[in-house]
Write a protein that binds this ligand. Sequence first.
Ligand SMILES: [Zn+2]
Length: 240
Amino acid sequence: YSHHLNRIYVDMLCNFSIRFNWDSSKLAGQPMYVRATTVFSDLAQAEKRVERCFQHAHESSNAMNLSPAVIKNVLRSSREMGTQDVYYCGRPDLADSWYSVLVRLSKPTEHAYHFVCKNSCSSGINRRAIDIIFTLEDAIVGARACSCPRRDILRDEGDIKNKVKTKKPLKVDKQETDMDIVGVRAAISGLRVSLTMMEQARTYKLMMQKHTEAIDRCITHLKALIENLESSLTVKANPP
Ligand SMILES: [Zn+2]
């Protein structure tokens, strides 16, 4: 593990443990769910789903009786397959359904994972840098996920996509996202989240009687970006 890069370097099939901490005294012993979702680090790739290469996915689907959500996910819990409290999410048939591993933890503890593909796999990850996003979810989200899994998975994954999009909202490259109509829509929703946050920050600054010039410039810039992207959608939808 490199502290300098905040990056794990690990071989395929080699277990690595992550410690999850939360203040369990405030939750009265209620279990928590940790969702691990693998995403591409690069903003230009952020909308693409990380999935296993053809070769490794093919080997697993032949060798074992695994669900498609397990076969396609590059990340696995190191607990034995079929163990209670480990759930694999994601629908291969829906391009915007991302793969994640959901683990139920009854108290703050370590959990081990391993990768079942390499960065160098020629399809799948294909040498692109990846991040793992860990989200701590409470039992309410877990219960909802059980009653209507598809809607909740899509919503949660949409949230993660927005987070990835808003990492560097001002650097969204219009030319790059312009190539794909789905990409533009996702970029717009990411920018809208940033705009709402900026507007809230502005209200707070006004309340504290602080200057808002810098934040005003940001808001104007964001609005212009959103407008630009929206107009590119209109042009595509109604060709002259
Ligand atoms: Zn592979």
